[in-house]
Design a protein around this ligand. Structure first.
Ligand code: NAD
Ligand code: COI
Length: 334
């Protein structure tokens, strides 16, 4: 049996070597390149493919894999919004993801973004860089004085809630599916409008679907509190960037913490030397603001998460090739 892996980074190699040592009967090949119609040929002779990328999985790449008889695909991450399910179904492919490699990694990053905004850390850093060791005007705000709206109470949203409660914040939550524990605590409100109305900070933890693309748009923002902070560690396309920029311009939005951006592949993963060189005007506009913190989709990026992503993805791919149905198989019929 042979598994071919795409997008392998140096920081994944030690976990990959451990997996290979524990599974000596399986040949593993890999490349640092992402899966594209061109690189798909590297998987020839393999039984399954393990992959990770934020760019779309093109039909041509999957078609090439199908021609090699490869029908088992395992991604090393949570979100599968960069697949067209129709392509997978047309080619009879099975897909697994890694749903819980470390919700804490993303949740901690989320709460840190909030904390950096609340304590005005970018402004404090600029003062420090200028040798200004005075206090004003960077007076901060405390979590315990905030009502924080958590949209999506799945694996990540629930850890965010737990951490925020440790800081004494008041949480209001919204989800189309109610989790028992969050329900028992009485944290759910019935509508997004209620989240918008009550929250000083809003944080997104829902998957991206066609139905919720740009859910944070002009109308949603108009319903929010003046000076609201918006944090997004889920998917960039959940926020309409023009509406976000207009909200920041008017002061309706007080600050934003963004680990993901609409069209993030135009800038993330590359070295630009300076934000002056960013080619995407919307992202450059956001990056230039002192009240916007952008991180390059690295909320997930911890040692624990990376190790689990490799281990679970390879285990799942092996199971798929063996004809098993791992519990993390993605339902591509929906
Ligand atoms: P999850 O599936 O455990 O939870 C998602 C929750 O969203 C579920 O409870 C679901 O009922 C709810 N939901 C779905 N559609 C909704 C809607 N329209 N309105 C309200 N609630 C809705 O997923 P998770 O592990 O918590 O991850 C959430 C998302 O975070 C992923 O889909 C992915 O896009 C993103 N993510 C980002 C990073 C990162 O590094 N920034 C890493 C992992 C995941
Ligand atoms: C996910 O796991 O869905 C992420 O967003 C992490 C990223 C490496 C793709």
């Amino acid at each position: 049996m042979k598994i071919f892996a795409y997008g392998i980074r140096d920081d994944e190699l030690s976990s990959l070597k451990k997996w290979e040592a524990a599974n000596p009967e399986i040949e593993v090949g890999y490349t640092g390149d992402t899966l594209t119609p061109d690189t798909a040929k590297l998987a020839k002779g393999s039984n399954g493919v393990v992959t990770l990328q934020t760019t779309p999985y093109e039909r041509g790449a999957l078609e090439q894999l199908k021609e090699f008889g490869i029908k088992s695909i395992s991604i090393r991450n949570v979100g599968f919004d960069n697949f067209e399910f129709k392509d997978l179904n047309d080619f009879g492919m099975k897909l697994t993801n890694v749903p819980v490699y470390s919700p804490n990694a993303i949740a901690e990053h989320t709460v840190l973004l909030m904390g950096r905004l609340l304590r005005r850390v970018p402004e404090v850093d600029v003062k420090f860089d200028n040798g200004d060791f005075t206090w004003a005007p960077t007076i901060g705000r405390e979590y315990r004085e905030q009502t924080i709206g958590v949209i999506g109470t799945g694996h990540i949203g629930r850890v965010v809630i737990k951490i925020l409660q440790g800081f004494g914040a008041k949480v209001v939550a919204y989800d189309v599916y109610h989790n028992d524990d969050i329900e028992k605590q009485g944290l759910y409100v019935d509508t997004l409008e209620e989240v918008y109305k009550q929250s000083d900070i809003i944080t997104l933890h829902v998957p991206l679907f066609d139905s919720n693309k740009y859910m944070i748009n002009k109308d949603a923002i108009a319903q929010m509190k003046d000076g609201v902070f918006i944090v997004n560690c889920a998917r960039g396309e959940l926020i309409d960037t023009d509406a976000l920029i207009a909200g920041l311009d008017s002061g309706k939005i007080g600050a934003a913490g963004l680990d993901v951006l609409d069209n993030e592949n135009s800038v993330f993963g590359k070295k630009w030397g300076s934000i002056d060189n960013l080619p995407n005007p919307q992202i450059k506009n956001l990056a230039e603001r002192i009240n916007v913190i952008i991180t390059p989709h690295n909320a997930f990026y911890t040692e624990t998460a990376v190790h689990n992503m490799i281990t679970v993805a390879f285990d799942s791919n092996k199971a798929l090739i063996d004809g098993e149905t791992p519990k993390n198989i993605v339902d591509t019929t929906k």
